[in-house]
Design a protein around this ligand. Sequence first.
Ligand code: B1M
Length: 211
Amino acid sequence: MNELLEMLKRAVMLGDEEETVRLVGEALHTGLLPRTVLEEAMMPAMEEIGERFSRNEAFIPELIVAAMAMEKGMEALKPFLAGEERGRGLVVLGTVHGDIHSIGKNLVRMCLEGAGFQVVDIGEDVRTERFVEAYREHRPDILGLSALLSSTMQRMPEVIEAVRAEDPSAVIMVGGAPVTREFAERIGASGYAPNAFEAAVKARELLSATD
Ligand code: B1M
């Protein structure tokens, strides 16, 4: 791996916010693409800290500081992910009830915004009724659901059912580490994406399918 990316990965894992932001800037300055910076340094940092957590070699405080550094690094990257095009459509996005993981959802939001979508982010730990309310209020082109726990992904069918009771043609996209394409199909989601970049591609596809 490029030495700069290796240093950035380490900075995120150590939760060093200042160094993370500095290295993101330096990486972009050397001509690395934002996607490369994310996929080859920042996301692997979160994966590795997660693996260490699974092996009891890292604990919640370390996960929290790494997550905070990750968020700062993402903020620094955000202007570089922005595209020119606007007005593609409206997405309401949230992490399902019982789940406070925000990073993946925030990255999906940034990529959707970069692809020209307007995004209403209703946050984390969102109750099913709140998804329905937000759907009613905004009438989005797409509703996006994120889940990071194998327990909370089980909330997704309930949200889909409740929102489709409001609007049977609601377009609903799901994603998050434990979510698979098979699961998405089984629960009747309109679309699935394995990562934030693919989420933007999928959102475009879903909109052109409903044109
Ligand atoms: Co948690 N956590 N965590 N955690 N955490 C995981 C998810 C875990 C895999 C770690 C592990 O054991 N190896 C594990 C889940 C196991 C499981 O259920 N399968 C786990 C656990 C167990 C827990 C707790 C239960 C720990 C505890 O308290 N004992 C607890 C649960 C809290 C809760 O939600 N109720 C918990 C808490 C936390 C922190 C608060 C400490 C922190 C979150 C901080 C925050 O988000 N602000 C945290 C973190 C940081 C992680 C790991 C290390 C990193 C998650 C992350 O940010 N990844 C994670 C390990 C891992 O993922 N390998 C872990 C980077 C991010 C860019 O990727 O979120 O996958 P991801 O998002 C991707 C894709 O999934 C996709 O695109 C994103 C970007 O490319 N995507 C979508 C996501 N949403 C999408 C929506 C779409 C489309 C694509 O369409 C709408």
